[in-house]
Ligand binder design. Structure first.
Ligand SMILES: [Fe+2]
Length: 188
C-alpha cells in the first residue's frame, strides 16, 4: 500500500510538473554515482536513489506560476518556494516514516555552515545521505537550463563546489564529485 501511495505521489508530480521529476531522476543518477564512489552498499544506493527522485516532491504544493516564473522571484515568492522542503517532509512522513527519504526532502537545502534553509542546520545535524543529494542537486541544477537562466558551464560547477567544499558542501562528497566530473559522468 505504501508503495502504491508513493507511485500515486510520483505520478501526481509528473502531471503537475514533469521538469521537477526529470530533475529528481537526474539528481538520483548523479547521487548514486557519488555514493558508489564513496563505497556505499547496494541497499544504501537504492535508498539514495529513491530519496533523490522525490527530494523536491513538496513542489507539488507550490503554485505553478511561482515554479515556472521566468524571472527573478520577489521576496514573497522566495518565502513560498522555500516551503517545499517542509511540504515534502510532511507528504513523505505520512507514507514512509521509517525511511530517511522524508528527512532528505526536509534537509536538502541545508548547508554545512548553517546558511541553508528551512532551519539553518549545521554540519553535525545534516545526515550523510542528504549531504550527497545536496551536492548532486546543486550540480544538476547548475548544468541544466532553468526557466530563469540558461545552463551553466562545467567550469562554473567546478568553481562553486571547489570553493565551498567543507564550507557549504561535504568535503568527501565534493571530492567524489570532482572525480566523477573528471571521468565525464556529468553528461547525465
Ligand atoms: Fe529543492
Amino acid at each position: 500500500m505504501e508503495d502504491l501511495d508513493m507511485l500515486f505521489l510520483v505520478t501526481e508530480l509528473l502531471d503537475k510538473n514533469k521538469q521537477v521529476l526529470v530533475h529528481g531522476k537526474r539528481v538520483a543518477k548523479l547521487a548514486c554515482a557519488i555514493a558508489k564512489e564513496l563505497k556505499y552498499c547496494n541497499d544504501g544506493i537504492k535508498h539514495i536513489s529513491l530519496a533523490a527522485i522525490v527530494h523536491d516532491i513538496g513542489k507539488i504544493q507550490i503554485p505553478a506560476e511561482i515554479i515556472n516564473k521566468p524571472g527573478v522571484l520577489d521576496d514573497n515568492e522566495v518565502v513560498v518556494i522555500r516551503k517545499h522542503p517542509e511540504f515534502g517532509y510532511r507528504l513523505l512522513m505520512d507514507m514512509k516514516p521509517e525511511s530517511i527519504i522524508a528527512e532528505v526532502a526536509l534537509q536538502h537545502h541545508e548547508r554545512l555552515d548553517g546558511s541553508g534553509y528551512p532551519f539553518g542546520l549545521r554540519a553535525k545535524d545534516i545526515n550523510p545521505v542528504t549531504r550527497i543529494i545536496a551536492v548532486a542537486d546543486v550540480i544538476e541544477t547548475m548544468v541544466s537550463p532553468q526557466v530563469y537562466r540558461p545552463a551553466l558551464s562545467i567550469n562554473a560547477v567546478l568553481e562553486e563546489i571547489k570553493q565551498n567544499s567543507g564550507l557549504l558542501y561535504d568535503f568527501n562528497v565534493v571530492a567524489a564529485s570532482l572525480l566523477l566530473i573528471k571521468k565525464g559522468v556529468l553528461s547525465v
